[in-house]
Design a protein around this ligand. Structure first.
Ligand code: GUN
Length: 312
């Protein structure tokens, strides 16, 4: 049945990760799941060891407004930081807070020598100038990698702080031995947080990169060419099996809260045609927090002069 629908799928079994050997004469078993939870746990354990060596590391977060998902995410970030031995400072402000007060708080954190990394959770409340606020974070403390200085360094192939979700996607692909060099990579979504940075990271890994977005005329024609497909849009089920090249590595970044739980941009049936697939939940999600913690240690090293942070 599967073979009839996706007759080419079985030809790509040889690309399965070494830990999941797929005998060539066995029936197609579906995609290797690129689970983020185990890898994230390992990274967090490494971070904890390094944080102990460095001593006195600190991450400060700023959350403005009542977005319930943002509150959950920020709470998880604090729990993860504390578990790794990184002090965390949690600033939650009402949605009515004037923009100038948010900027004043960020300034205070910029000046505070006890703070290594600063994260302003997005989205900010409607009417607040997101670019102005994120640009107010000192680049060396910008663990999100959203400041133009950090985005510019990524563009110049000299990454400093890199957006955590994009970095997490790359770690998952690397961990599973997914070939990137010379491969066709298609990224659906052009956000500053994921789409653009992951495109640049794939390009730096020598993939041939196409970025698709809401004005792309024939999305399926693009995605079907992809050896590596990253979906980062936030539209549940946007990517159907017919849009995926058999054997492709599919990274599902989209997370939408539905009645029955979290759903990604990728239809679950894609597991029957892809070679690798990140599950939702448990794929990219856990990686974001792990990479944020790693970025906090990087900030600590920059600030202690253990690594050079170029002058802006
Ligand atoms: N909102 C959704 N993802 C992120 C993220 O990675 N960082 C921040 N600051 N806000 C977000």
């Amino acid at each position: 049945m599967r073979a009839a629908v996706f007759p080419e799928a079985g030809r790509f079994r040889g690309r399965a990760a070494p830990s999941f050997p797929q005998p060539l004469d066995s029936p197609w078993m579906g995609a290797v799941l690129m689970r983020g939870a185990d890898l994230a746990q390992r990274i967090r354990a490494d971070v904890a060891r390094e944080a102990e060596e460095l001593g006195g590391t600190c991450l400060a977060t700023v959350l403005v407004g009542d977005d319930p998902a943002s509150h959950v995410y920020v709470t998880r970030k604090h729990e993860a930081a504390e578990a790794a031995g990184i002090e965390s400072r949690d600033h939650r402000l009402p949605a009515s807070t004037p923009e100038e007060d948010v900027l004043a708080l960020v300034d205070e954190l910029n000046e505070d020598d006890g703070v290594d990394g600063i994260l302003v959770q997005l989205p900010l409340p409607p009417g607040m100038d997101e670019a102005r606020v994120t640009e107010s974070v000192l680049p060396v403390k910008d663990v999100d990698g959203f400041h133009p200085v950090n985005q510019g360094h990524l563009l110049l192939d000299k990454p400093l702080h890199v957006p955590a979700t994009a970095a997490g996607c790359m770690e998952l692909l690397r961990e599973h031995g997914v070939p990137l060099e010379g491969q066709e990579a298609v990224v659906v979504g052009r956000s500053q947080i994921v789409g653009k940075p992951v495109s640049l990271l794939l390009l730096a890994a020598n993939a041939t990169v196409t970025i698709c977005h809401s004005r792309t005329t024939d999305l399926a024609a693009q995605t079907r060419r992809a050896d590596v497909l990253v979906a980062a849009v936030g539209r549940p089920g946007l990517i159907t099996p017919a849009m995926v090249k058999p054997g492709a590595a599919v990274v599902d970044v989209g997370i939408t809260r539905a009645e029955h739980g979290l759903v990604g941009d990728v239809d679950a049936q894609v597991a029957e045609v892809a070679g690798w697939l990140t599950p939702v939940p448990g794929g990219v999600g856990p990686m974001t927090i792990a990479m944020l913690l790693r970025s906090t240690l990087l900030a600590a090293r920059f600030r202690r002069g253990l690594l050079a942070f170029p002058a802006a």
